[in-house]
Design a protein around this ligand. Sequence first.
Ligand code: ATP
Ligand code: MG
Length: 496
Amino acid sequence: MDIPKEIQNISQKLADAGYKAYLVGGCTRDLLLGKAPNDWDIATDAKPEEIQGLFKDAFYENEFGTVGVKSGSEDPTLKVVEVTTFRKEGRYTDKRHPDEVVFAKTIEDDLSRRDFTINAIAIDLVESEEPIDPFGGRDDLSKKIIKAVGNPKERFGEDALRLMRAVRLSAQLGFQIEERTLEAIKKEVKSIGNIALERVRDEFSKLLMSDGAMDGVRVLQKTGLLDQIIPELSEGIGVEQNKHHIYDVFEHNVHSLEYAVGKNFPLDLRLASLLHDVGKVGTREWRNNPRGEKMKGGKKGDWTFYQHQYLGEKLSRDILNRLRYPKEVIKRVALLIREHMFVYDPEMVTEKGVRRLVRRVGEENVDALIKVREADRIGSGVPKAQPYRLRHLQAMIEKAKKEPVGVGQLKVDGNLLIKELKMEPGPRMGEILVILLEEVIDDPKRNTKKYLMDRAKELNALSDVQLDVFSKRAREAAKEEQKRLDDAIKEKYFVK
Ligand code: ATP
Ligand code: MG
């Protein structure tokens, strides 16, 4: 077996001092699967202080008797090796942490506290490299199943994070969850509420970043876990859409995620793809018949989802806040969802409109926005998803990016206004710059020092009230453009 020399050095040092050393957990599982482990764990009968005595810059990793040993490796997966004293399962009263850490005498005891059989295999690093596999983990690896060690209901009852771990591992490995284990998950779903949301989030992110993310989200839904963590998503089940879609809202979101996974999008774009239509459930109305009476016939047809992107923006912010995602992630995902309905029909898009889109979304987000819309289109399952039309828009965006879309790109700036027009820095000057920008977005040819200085002089001569009216109008103009497009798309697709 291919054990890195850093691991061999650590186990040799333990062995020389008379201790045992086993490779355990995810790294053993991954090695047996022929995959590269993403971290390395060693279990030993040495006590934490004894481990620290052997390795000079070792440090306590957590309160469970784990010591981090620096291996000197540059490889991030090997840099710090976790060395943990054999433990037994303590008593759990909070479904979250063992009440106390109880050290065990043997590796078998240590394996029996581990979550799933495939994670409960040890490799003896000192003696034989022969796997120690008391729960049939290798058999389950070859059968591709996730099965709890011991009584599944009890095991989930001890630590509810295992519920998420089971689903995440099944998505990462492409394994099925064994029947009794799956039944136990369904029975225990409510206890996920005892787990810190950051820890739930980390498992959810790992699930989303795996190739099996789409199946993972479906398993979360089928077990009832999704109802516990993101009920807004499972509410899309059975919510039928109009004739432009073949899937219900939930399936559409999941298929959009599938596209994002296939394109190896980063986490924020996977989140945006998965959540982009969460606002549809709360905005659905029957066309020309807000009470939905026609639906009695059960026919699929003219559903409208006016303004669902704004509700989606709000809901996605709620969801990601709840799961404690970082502020930048929340901001970006919410923005992408709010803007995902932009118009890209060649016959409706104007250059001016595209410049305003780039300004509103920000140059740094506009490519991501196109990607989310692609995920949306392909995820609708309708053959005429026509991504080539998006390419047309993309070309226009590239052009728009070369034109000024922000105050910073104007040929005049505050300093110049102060120097040459003796303007006072302050809100009036800010308003003047906003008006100038709107005029340049309307017509980029106006972006010359001469035009803008003349205009600034005129504007500066206005009273506060008059200037205020002008700048409000300029801001409204940006919204007007969007409204015109909103109305156009409403006519065409009746979805907005
Ligand atoms: P990853 O590939 O993400 O590292 P992993 O299975 O190695 O997956 P770790 O968090 O590194 O996950 O945990 C290492 C090992 O510790 C697991 O393989 C398992 O044996 C055990 N373990 C981790 N979390 C739990 C838990 N909540 N309950 C029981 N055993 C656990
Ligand atoms: Mg691991």
